[in-house]
Design a protein around this ligand. Structure first.
Ligand SMILES: C[S@@+](CC[C@H](N)C(=O)[O-])C[C@H]1O[C@@H](n2cnc3c(N)ncnc32)[C@H](O)[C@@H]1O
Length: 230
């Protein structure tokens, strides 16, 4: 059904995790800036609120939800450190979820960071940081202690990057979500081997709570939900 503004309207949205909704096999977040889409995603209205469809082909978090990941530990008042923000596709949905919290979004490529800064102009809970996730001390003055680290840097040292950022910013028993890209870590070893080695490394500091391989949406990617145990 379409409402008077041409936006589709449904009677019921099922809340699967705080601030994460499901309707007809797609996932949505409640739009922090009603009337405005971020990357051309469809908008949906229900019960007086507006929701943005979360594209699982463009976001690893949405792909993990689509694949049935059992944990999504982001609270509505949470503080999230997002490493590898790019122009902010996934950051925008995390910003919808933490409508009473904040997302510190780190990106090191100046060109894409421009898009992130424009996004932050429209959303008060995004703090964009032009910085290198391999050097967390350099942005320590811009970021506080967080409840969750989300990491999608697609880089060889991504496990070490997560650990170093956790040591500086993650609260005790905080959570992390990481999208591990096998090809970025090793282009010669089978993805399965890379994933097992990455999990072993992560177990030194984290408990693995849940995980999903993201194929067919993102090939050779493993998404893990972790709890900090240091
Ligand atoms: C796969 S893309 C991220 C896509 C984004 N997470 C999303 O879903 O919208 C990886 C991003 O991480 C950034 N990146 C890679 N290494 C980084 C580092 N050391 N510090 C900060 N950003 C980094 C890249 O520039 C790129 O924009």
């Amino acid at each position: 059904m379409l409402n008077t503004s041409g936006c589709a309207e449904v009677l019921y949205m099922e809340e699967r995790f705080p601030g994460v909704y499901k309707e007809n096999e797609s996932f949505y977040t409640e739009n922090l800036v009603p009337g405005s889409a971020v990357y051309g995603e469809p908008l949906l209205r229900s019960g007086g609120s507006e929701y943005r469809r979360w594209d699982y082909n463009r976001s690893k978090a949405a792909a993990a939800l689509k694949k049935g990941v059992t944990r999504f530990p982001v609270a509505r008042d949470g503080a999230v450190l997002y490493l590898g923000a790019s122009t902010g596709t996934t950051v925008s949905h995390i910003s919808d979820i933490v409508n009473e919290g904040i997302v510190y979004a780190v990106e090191y490529a100046p060109k894409v960071a421009r898009g992130l800064v424009s996004l932050a102009d429209t959303r008060e809970n995004i703090a964009p940081i032009l910085g290198d996730a391999r050097k967390p001390a350099a942005y320590a003055s811009l970021c506080s202690t967080v409840d969750v680290i989300y990491q999608d840097v697609a880089q060889k040292g991504q496990i070490r990057i997560l650990k170093e950022n956790a040591d500086l910013f993650l609260r005790p028993a905080g959570h992390a979500m990481i999208a591990i890209k096998a090809q970025s870590i090793s282009s010669t070893e089978p993805a399965e081997t890379v994933f097992e080695q990455a999990k072993d490394q992560l177990r030194e500091d984290f408990k693995i709570l849940a995980g999903k391989k993201l194929a067919p949406f993102h090939t050779d990617h493993l998404y893990l939900v972790l709890k900090y145990s240091s």
